[in-house]
Design a protein around this ligand. Structure first.
Ligand code: UD1
Length: 448
């Protein structure tokens, strides 16, 4: 679990040596004076969930460089950079108002042991498993533990690696994986289209001998971004077609340069904030086709918006949202990462909505916090039953996880009076400068 004393991501530095020692103490609470319709324009950051795996691609290199553009400035990103640095990679961060680039220089020899402290900070540290094993022939990774949205095993990652010839031994909570010679290309069927397992196995297959076909893969846009980054270092990757993902392993990866896609979940958080405050906002620099499921549900609920090439514009409406039923599913279904924010918006709809969570076991911890603000949400197993109320009132609430925090913030923006969102540490994992972006839309928010 995250502790409260951490170094926060800091904007506008150029190398790791210039990172200042800001602690969470002065940024762990957001105070919101709600009830103001948002207005203005907000730009979407690079996607956290795309950046994390593509950064791990540098572990496939030897004596080469991977340059990534549009990397967001987030706590999880810095944890991944620290993890890569601990394995011997040099990371140079170039950030100003226009550029957000990270250059990874991978040495000829990488270390292969991930520290417990880093592995426990973030589940996505498991993404180093596949590339490190493929490149070094061995890896030790402390298991990344559960988290507040449900148990998060990595059995599918390990099963796939075993099929490719890895020996895997788990001792005292540490995964020790090794392979004699190279991993071997295989046909692998995933029992569930896990995003992380798809990514780990794609990276492992990139240096494996021969062809790997992964079936029943995740289809999230982040997978296509990873495929593009793997291609830029010389790997042949095909993601089209019913067969899944096909990868032909190479002997040595070369230097490459690619761009991280826009963050569809961040974009939807602002879209839902606009809808919920009955505001008039433009969310720019996104890929509308990546958020089709959310836009379809918003249309069904009667929200007023227009979609252009890379912008969604939200218009105020005289009517409250209609109630709707939502079920989270792997892409292209409705994303589990947007369901808490959608629940916040539906908490003031005219009637009873339901949200069924089918990806994670326990993703409703935010409900009791929203209820403190006057919402009426009951949880029955995997389903949230949301009885729309006339309006929310400000209250003191806690972000129980990253997206729960986002839901509470947008609820606070729409609520009357003052809301205090505690444990913002979770929110900084995934939202770059959210306080500044909201102020840019006219919201009254401050960090204390
Ligand atoms: C990624 C995202 C996360 C998002 C999730 C689902 C990143 C860094 N995180 O997480 O924000 O909510 O996709 O869209 O990209 N499972 C197993 N065994 C495994 C792997 C997964 O049982 O080996 C289960 C999980 O417990 C969970 C479900 O599969 O119930 C989905 O997990 P997965 O798709 O792997 O999500 P992550 O990659 O962890």
């Amino acid at each position: 679990m995250l502790t409260k004393k951490i170094d926060l991501p800091v904007q506008f530095y150029t190398t790791k040596h210039e990172r200042s020692e800001v602690t969470i103490d002065n940024k762990n609470v957001m105070k919101i004076n709600g009830g103001i319709p948002l207005s203005g324009t907000v730009k979407t950051q690079g996607a956290k969930n795309a950046a994390l795996p593509v950064m791990a691609v540098c572990l496939l290199l030897r004596g080469e460089t991977l340059t990534l553009d549009n990397v967001p400035d987030l706590y999880d990103i810095h944890t991944m950079i620290e993890t890569l640095e601990s394995l011997g990679v040099e990371a140079e961060i170039r950030r100003d108002s226009k550029v957000s680039q990270v250059i990874f220089r991978t040495p000829d020899e990488l270390k292969y042991e991930v520290s417990e402290a880093l592995a426990r900070k973030m589940r996505a540290s498991s993404l180093v498993l596949g590339p490190l094993l493929a490149n070094c022939g061995r890896v030790s990774l402390p298991l990344p533990g559960g988290c507040s949205i449900g148990s998060r095993p990595i059995d599918l990652h390990l099963k796939g690696l075993k099929q490719m010839g890895a020996d895997i031994d788990i001792q005292n909570g540490v995964v020790h994986a090794s392979v004699k010679g190279r991993l071997r290309g295989r046909r692998i069927y995933l029992d569930f289209p896990s995003v992380g397992a798809t990514e780990n196995l794609m990276m492992a297959a990139s240096l494996a001998q021969g062809e790997t076909i992964i079936e029943n893969v995740a289809r999230e846009p982040e997978i296509d971004n990873l495929a593009a980054v793997l291609r830029c270092v010389g790997v042949t990757v095909e993601t089209e077609g019913a067969g899944g993902v096909r990868i032909i392993g190479i002997d040595k990866a070369h230097s490459g340069h690619e761009r991280v896609i826009p963050d569809r979940i961040e974009a939807c958080t602002y879209i839902l904030a606009g809808v919920m405050t009955n505001g008039h906002i433009k969310v720019e620099d996104l890929v509308p086709s990546h958020i089709d499921a959310i836009l379809a549900k918003l249309e069904e609920a009667g929200a007023k918006f227009s979609v252009k090439k890379s912008t969604v514009e939200i218009f105020p409406s005289k009517k409250r949202l209609h109630p709707i039923n939502v079920k989270t599913m792997p892409y292209p279904g409705f994303p589990t990462d947007s369901q808490p924010q959608m629940a916040a918006a539906l908490s003031v709809a005219r009637g009873v909505s339901t949200i069924e969570e089918s990806v994670f076991q326990a993703r409703f911890l935010y409900a009791q916090e929203l209820n403190r603000m006057g919402a009426d949400i009951q949880i029955s197993r995997d389903v949230a039953i949301i009885r729309g109320v006339d309006g929310l009132q400000g209250a003191s609430v806690k972000a129980t996880d990253l997206r729960a925090g986002a839901a509470l913030i947008i609820a606070g923006l729409a609520a009357k009076g003052e809301t205090r969102v505690d444990d913002m540490i979770h929110v900084w994992r995934g939202y770059e400068a959210i306080d500044q972006k909201l102020r840019g839309l006219g919201a009254k928010v401050e960090l204390v």
